[in-house]
Design a protein around this ligand. Sequence first.
Ligand code: AMP
Length: 313
Amino acid sequence: MQRILNKIKEYDCIIIHGHKRPDGDCYGAQFGLKNIIESSFPEKNVYVVGEKSDFVDFIGKMNNITDDAYENALSIVVDTAVQDRISDPRYIKGKEVVKIDHHIPVDDYGDLRWVDTSFPSCAQMIAYFYYKFKNELKLTLDGAIALYTGIVTDTGRFRFRGVSKLTHQLAGMLIEKGVDVEYIDNKLSQESLDMIALKGYVYSNFVTTDGFIYIKMTRDVIEKYSVTDEQAASMVGLIGGIQGYPVWALMIEYPNEIRIRLRSNGPTIDKLANLYGGGGHAKASGAKLEGWEQLPAFIKDVEDVVRKYKEEL
Ligand code: AMP
């Protein structure tokens, strides 16, 4: 952390990247870090780049920058385990690259890395970074809102494994900075009628196999319910925690691949996700299929993982 702070001090321009299809934690970590650097070192140019998220758009807006901004710049990549998931591949043009992440490491990219899987969100890492150096760093309300949003979204509102005393202490610190808990919850909880209708679809169309539940989000379903890909993908939690089904997944169809959001409250699933071009956390990972024809093999692999887990109980 000290070495990262030294790097930040060394550079006049810092460009913060996240991952493709960013979520609340990615945005929270990116905009939280931007706020800390900008507030503490007003003379520096700090940019946040990458794909946009409608869900957490209230946190901040991405910057559009030209390639020459990377000349003599420090690239910081947050919340991203593997290089090919980094949003905006120009990060590599930075003079040096720093990786800050809480996922199980797959890819050791970066000149300087701070990777700690004990943190339940990357936003908590950034909040901790601020806390550690609070005598020399500043954080304003906008940054606190970003970090708090990252923490609540990635912990499922403080429900997931990894939530600790430190998580609550840092959340408390952010509330002290003025975060309005209800305002953030309202922003995150808003749902359209289309979303409610899609929930009905999910509850009527999930498929069960041996210990595994999944729902397919094909393009025709997404179009029929007039939702964004991000909204469709957010349905994964609906089929979680059902008795007898410790592993569940939402599969969303894209033009060239099918993205799997894989979840578990039983066996660890990140190794399985590694076999299908993915990874993440022990109980929440992402993976990919090249097409629906790969689905039977994937289901069989999940069933094997569940079977082994049940045998070991
Ligand atoms: P998601 O289902 O997209 O919410 O992903 C669950 C977790 O796994 C998140 O923390 C992601 O950052 C991570 N993840 C998703 N896809 C991949 C991938 N292809 N490779 C590595 N990690 C991933």
